[in-house]
Design a protein around this ligand. Sequence first.
Ligand code: SAM
Length: 215
Amino acid sequence: MAIIILKWILIVFLMLAFLHLVIFRIIRHLVKFPAPAFATRLIDNPFRRRFVQNPETIADRMQLKPGMVVVEIGPGKGSYTKAIAARLVPGGKVYAVDIQETVIANLQHRIEREGIPNIVAQIDDAYNFSFADSGIDRVFANACLPEIPDPVRVLRECKRILKPGGLVCLCELFPDPDYPMRRTEISWGREAGLNLQQQFGNWFTYQLHFVKSAG
Ligand SMILES: C[S@@+](CC[C@H](N)C(=O)[O-])C[C@H]1O[C@@H](n2cnc3c(N)ncnc32)[C@H](O)[C@@H]1O
């Protein structure tokens, strides 16, 4: 009897989760708006960091070296920013940029609390970065690009600030209501004039690296 009840609880839970996801996807499809700061704190949870998107694994794949300069779009709580920043020492830094003041203020508190010397949190718009042409080694965005209404325009802007041979590293995960299919994100990269260099992961969570060619 207990097993039957548990089975039904699980079925109802899964149905509600599915419905919730469908409703959110429809809303996000109709109206695009930046994920509120509290939501960015919620999605960066221990379960995700341990089992779905481990910050160390993601940073290891990015071929980072000391001295490199990285731009992260939409850093959220900064868990991925921190893993990247640790691999750039000595001499390198991460510019963590967002259009929302609260996200940047929260991250700035964390940087000060934990004494991280090489993360610069600043307001900036991915449509129009304040960075000069061809000076950045990596641009990183996790669960961020698909919520921006014109992702191809953002990728063109990433290409502008990247050094030749530099990478745009994009990560996505399925429960994100803006989650795009892998082939959709690959086509955005190609449309922006970037070449797919490497891909990792599975249907539920993936990481794509696009390179800016030297020519
Ligand atoms: C879902 S959150 C990112 C979550 C975080 N990367 C993580 O994995 O935990 C997306 C962020 O992108 C930011 N964003 C949206 N449009 C942007 C733009 N045009 N330029 C910079 N940041 C933007 C939003 O303000 C929001 O904080």
